[in-house]
Every structure is written in structure tokens, then in C-alpha cells.
Design a protein around this ligand. Structure first.
Ligand code: HMG
Length: 383
């Protein structure tokens, strides 16, 4: 039985900061951000959006009267969770009107959404009529004026995992690895991630080589079997480095083709920044949207990496509806904010001090918004 991604959608805020302006404000050569890191714009997430609303805004259009009753499992992957006990899956199920479901949250840094897909695949294999809603939603936050700052961003990708999927049929095998590593972490008393940037880059690339090698050993496939190679993209330059490693195995034609497809696959990420769990899947959407010559049956490779650290290389084949089910994404209509406004928005995030607060949400026209906190309970609104 074929199992995979039947529908997919992406959501981010309608605000961004321009990386040239951020570089100038930080007294850095803009080319460091534009070329060295490979980012042009960075999504700025307002206080009125948290992972629950980002996820709900991404998932809403995937649910209709036909599939509502078939969805029996909601797996919410995030490392920007809002509660130490109640899952974001429970919150979002309420907002989306899904009640006959099992709803949970999973966490392993940026790997969470891939873990969720693997769980969903197993669930559908045992329950072929089931549909699983997988959501990867995060807000990537480092400190202001830190080296991690230009690699922030945020947003959510929602996917329906089903049998006979319309978009991507997952292959059976994958290569995977876990090693207890302190490359990036967020202690319980921190709102911002702590990171050893250089170590994180090294582990990312090391795990790519290891998981790709294991995948090839298991499947006997080679690079020639792939139309495109996709990477978790904390910033697009790191994916470029991953691709460079694998291109050592390519002939000249393959180098040209795989590079061209990667250019298509990084375009949205270049405009949004890191969305942690969703980044790899935003890159997949970007490939579908921008590649000129994909065909049904083309195989794509996906490298998922989550600090701490877990890596997995897996693959899938484009399915019969992939062209007709492209999500509607319009990053051009976002509003640019100045660096001063971005810093103000950064500082305005909901505090964990338990105080009642009403947020000003009049400028947030998203369907699902966070309006504040009352009696230590987040207040959500469907507008
Ligand atoms: P940094 O120290 O500010 O930057 O940190 P740098 O000095 O290494 O420079 C970056 C690149 O810009 C270098 O290129 C420079 O040469 C180049 P490279 O050597 O890497 O090829 N450069 C220039 N290029 C053109 N013109 C110039 C110029 N100046 C310099 N004028 C770092 C950069 C990414 C480490 C930092 O931003 C950081 O720590 N970010 C957060 C951590 C991160 O994203 N790590 C990625 C791997 S871990 C991961 O993917 C998991 C993650 O998503 C979290 C999760 O799993 O949950 C992060």
C-alpha cells in the first residue's frame, strides 16, 4: 500500500524584515546575510500568533466535510510548545473542530515533523481508511544581536498523511541516526535557543553523510535515481553545503539538474527564514511551486535534521495530483517592517509571568489569532 502526503499547506505571518536592513543595523556586511547565510527576508511573528494559531492557519484549508470524519490522529510537532502538559494537538483540534481524534504533541527539535510523518505512516499502514493530520509549527528565536539572529523566522506546515496519497508516495526505507549532542538546545527557563553554531553545522553535515550512506546501503539506489535532493534549511546556505557533499557523486548533467532543482527548493525558505520543524517541508512546497520540469514518478530525497541530534534521510515519489494540489502561497503581499519595529515585536511576545493580558490583534487578519491570556489560559479567537 502506498502511503504519503495527500495534501500540504504552509502559513506564516504577513510581516518580514529585510536582511539588508538588519545587516546594516547590526553593522555587518549585507553579503554575509545574503550570500554567506543565504537569506533575503525573515518572517517576523507577531505576539498574536503562537504555534497553535500558526498551525491552525496552515491546517484549516486541508479539512473539509469529506475528510473531517476520516482524520483520527493529530500529531503536532513543535519545539516552541506553549504548555508543559497539554499538547498543542489538543488546542488545535478544538480550533479546527476535530473531536473524534487522538491528539498529541511530539518534540525533537527540527526533526519533529519527520518523526510525526513516520508515526502517521505506521498508523495508516494499520488503519488504511485513517487520515492523519501532521503539523510542524515553530517560531525560531535567538537573542537580538546574537550570531543566530539572522537565522530566525517562523511558520507552520500542515500535511495530511493517507493511503494512495495525491502528492508524495513515501518509499519504505530510510537512513537515520541519533547522538546525544549539545549543538542547540532551549533550557526550560529560556524563551530563546542556545546554540553552538559551528558544532551544529558540523553535526548537520556529518549526519547527512551518514544517513545518506545508510540509505544507499539499504536501498541500493544511487544519486542518479533522484530528481531532487531536499534539505532541512535553517538557512539556505547550509543546504547548499549539504548538496555540495552529495554532488561529489554526480556526473556533469546530474550536477546541473540537482543544482537547478535545489535553487527552486530554497526560494521560499530564503524569504521566510527558519521555521524549525516545518523547514524541510516548506522546501518541498517550494520545489513543487518553482521547479519547471517535475513529473509524476520523480523521486525526491529528503534530509531531516533536528539538533540534539537526530538525522534521517528518506525519499518519496511524486504522485498523480502533485501539480493540482499546490498550496496558495503569496509571500509578495507581506508587509515589510523596519528593524526597530521588528525589535519591538520581538520584545512584545507573551510573557510567562501568568499576568492577564489583552493583545492588540486588529492588525492581524489571520483566521486564528491569540488575543491574550486570562487566568493563565491562552485566549484564542476564530475571526
Ligand atoms: P556566524 O559566526 O555569525 O557566521 O554564525 P560566520 O562567521 O560563520 O559566517 C557565516 C558565513 O558567511 C560563512 O560562510 C562566512 O564565510 C560568510 P561559510 O564559511 O559557512 O561558507 N561570510 C560572507 N559571505 C559573503 N560576504 C561576506 C561575508 N562575511 C561572512 N561579507 C551561524 C553563522 C549560522 C553559525 C549562526 O547564525 C547560528 O548559530 N545560527 C543558528 C544555528 C543554526 O542555524 N545551525 C544550523 C545547523 S543546526 C540545525 O539546522 C537545527 C536548527 O534548525 C534547530 C533545530 O533543530 O531545532 C538550528
Amino acid at each position: 500500500m502506498k502511503i504519503g502526503i495527500d495534501r500540504i499547506n504552509f502559513f506564516t505571518s504577513n510581516q518580514y524584515v529585510d536582511m539588508v536592513e538588519l545587516a546594516q543595523a547590526r553593522d555587518v556586511d549585507p553579503n554575509k546575510y545574503l550570500i554567506g547565510i543565504g537569506q533575503s527576508k525573515m518572517a517576523v511573528i507577531p505576539a498574536t500568533q503562537d504555534v497553535v494559531t500558526l498551525g491552525a492557519n496552515a491546517a484549516d484549508s486541508l479539512i473539509d466535510d469529506e475528510n473531517r470524519d476520516k482524520i483520527d490522529f493529530v500529531i503536532f510537532a513543535t519545539e516552541s510548545g506553549i504548555d508543559n502538559s497539554k499538547s498543542a494537538g489538543a488546542y488545535i483540534s478544538g480550533l479546527l473542530g476535530l473531536s473524534h481524534v487522538r491528539a498529541i504533541e511530539v518534540k525533537q527539535a527540527c526533526y519533529g515533523a519527520t518523526a510525526a510523518i513516520q508515526l502517521a505512516k505506521g498508523h495508516v499502514a494499520l488503519n488504511p481508511v485513517s487520515q492523519v493530520l501532521v503539523i510542524g509549527a515553530d517560531i525560531a528565536r535567538y537573542g537580538l544581536h546574537t550570531s543566530g539572529e539572522p537565522t530566525q523566522g517562523g511558520g507552520a506546515v500542515a500535511m495530511l498523511i493517507t493511503k494512495n496519497p495525491g502528492i508524495l508516495e513515501l518509499d519504505e526505507e530510510s537512513g537515520f541516526i541519533t547522538e546525544d549532542t549539545m549543538d542547540f538546545w532551549r533550557p526550560l527557563n529560556h524563551n530563546e535557543a542556545l546554540v553552538d553554531g559551528k558544532t551544529s553545522q558540523n553535526v548537520y553535515l556529518d549526519f547527512f553523510n551518514k544517513t545518506w550512506t545508510e540509505y544507499k546501503d539499504k536501498t541500493k539506489l544511487t544519486l542518479s535515481d533522484f530528481k531532487a535532493m531536499l534539505f532541512h534549511l535553517p538557512y539556505t546556505k547550509l543546504g547548499t553545503k549539504g548538496l555540495k557533499e552529495v554532488l561529489l557523486e554526480a556526473n556533469e548533467d546530474e550536477k546541473v539538474e540537482l543544482t537547478r532543482e535545489f535553487e527552486a527548493a530554497k526560494r521560499y525558505n530564503n524569504q521566510v527564514g527558519n521555521l524549525y520543524t516545518g523547514s524541510l517541508y516548506l522546501s518541498f512546497i517550494s520545489l513543487l511551486e518553482h521547479s519547471k520540469d517535475l513529473e509524476i514518478g520523480d523521486r525526491v530525497g529528503l534530509y531531516s535534521y533536528g539538533s540534539g541530534a537526530v538525522g534521517e534521510f528518506f525519499s518519496g515519489k511524486l504522485a498523480s495530483e502533485f501539480e493540482d494540489r499546490l498550496p496558495q502561497i503569496n509571500l509578495e503581499s507581506r508587509v515589510q517592517v523596519s528593524v526597530g519595529e521588528y525589535e519591538e515585536i520581538y520584545r512584545s511576545q507573551l510573557k510567562n509571568d501568568g499576568a492577564d493580558i489583552e493583545l492588540d490583534y486588529k492588525n492581524d487578519h489571520s483566521k486564528f489569532v491569540l488575543t491574550g491570556s486570562k487566568n493563565m489560559q491562552r485566549q484564542y479567537l476564530i475571526q
